[in-house]
Design a protein around this ligand. Sequence first.
Ligand code: ZN
Length: 217
Amino acid sequence: MRRVGLTVALIALGAAPVRAEALKARFIGNEAFEITDGKVTLLSDFPYHSGAYGYMKYRFEDVRPQGKVLCLITHKHEDHFDPTLFKKTDWTLLGPAKMVRGVDPAKLLPIQDLVRFEDMEIRPIRTPHGNMEHYSYWVRWHGLKLFFSGDTEEMDALTRIGKADVVFISPWLLESWQGLGPPNAGRVIVYHHKADEKIQCIQCVVPKQGDEIEISY
Ligand SMILES: [Zn+2]
């Protein structure tokens, strides 16, 4: 038993290349994650306007997503989406109908019940956030079920669909969710926190900008 334990420890200490069967998620800031399988990249709520409303800053030039790129945007606030930055890219966009007005139609996916991009299946769910057009998203990718809450204050979309593999969630929605009992998810990753914010949670990840998280599939 002891020897087996040691072997495992030594492997864990060695250089750890990303396995073929894992998504790599890098935290950019706010609700922006760069998530890739090496061929396709999903950008959640990115590109956003650096430092908008006093939230996290980053350098746009530092973000170089691999392969085909989809920007999955919950709503039009500047701390989630900056159309001027998006215009500089050849990325594809999925977001609220009002927000995407004026964007080159060739770069758009229509918002509908089920949206496909490469080998992803995306289900936008209309969720409240003030009086904005706002969507939370379920994404099925490599058999994983990922949930992105966005800024909504309502838990319906999250609780309705059952167990998720990974939930990306704001601190305020996490607080409500934890009030119902242990979160029904393989992993819970907090986003849209302030850099020095203390988050009360059990077994969740509170990333710092630049952190990378591996999600096996
Ligand atoms: Zn926000």
